[in-house]
Design a protein around this ligand. Structure first.
Ligand SMILES: [Zn+2]
Ligand SMILES: [Zn+2]
Length: 203
């Protein structure tokens, strides 16, 4: 996530003016879609910063302010966060954006903190007073299933061990069957769900 250089956001830049500040080689290397995306993102940041009065909107529910930046006006490390993440097809629209200081933003993206926002008129209604947990990716949603299976296998193995120690062979055989069934369900999880994929962070 990029922290914001306020100089670019005092006045709304036209597309021409926005790209005039780009490195020429960098600009040439961009596809028309990438240019579209960059300018839409700029406009979103511009609108969000002005709407949010150049201050982080996170409010810790018990403290009533942001413990990092104290919602300070023009805190030096401000970012604009996408409420609906880009990886989940969120748009560069002001109503999908909210100003956050960089450390709070980073903690949210690492799933270390839920975002809570004040009931403040300037914020879009779906953000006012709301709490957001970081959205999970398809891969992350799969993870608990794997962990659950592993735990079930570990538990079944333990019970089987104690059944054998107690010479309860019928019970041990039942558990053998259970372990095999679990192993099969383990092996039938499609390969694509195991593949690690890089997901872009909200920037
Ligand atoms: Zn974000
Ligand atoms: Zn903050």
């Amino acid at each position: 996530m990029t922290t914001i250089d306020f100089a670019n956001y005092e006045e709304k830049k036209t597309r021409e003016k926005y790209f005039a500040d780009f490195d020429r080689a960098q600009y040439k290397a961009m596809s028309p879609d990438q240019r579209e995306d960059a300018y839409a993102r700029y406009l979103m940041r511009y609108e969000c910063l002005h709407r949010d009065n150049f201050s982080c909107q996170y409010v810790d529910p018990t403290l009533g302010y942001c413990p990092n930046c104290h919602n300070e006006y023009r805190h030096p490390f401000l970012t604009v966060h996408h409420i609906k993440a880009l990886r989940n097809k969120g748009h560069h629209k002001p109503r999908n954006g909210v100003t956050l200081c960089q450390p709070i933003h980073a903690r949210y993206e690492k799933k270390a903190l839920a975002l809570t926002f004040p009931v403040a008129e300037h914020l879009p209604p779906h953000i006012q007073g709301a709490t957001f947990l970081r959205e999970k990716t398809a891969k992350e949603l799969q993870k608990p299933k794997w962990q659950r299976l592993k735990e079930q296998r570990r538990a079944a193995r333990e019970i089987r061990k104690s059944a054998l120690q107690n010479r309860d062979f019928v019970r041990a055989r039942d558990l053998d069957a259970r372990l095999i069934a679990l192993l099969i369900s383990f092996l039938t999880v499609p390969y694509y769900e195991l593949k690690a994929h890089n997901m872009p962070l909200c920037v």
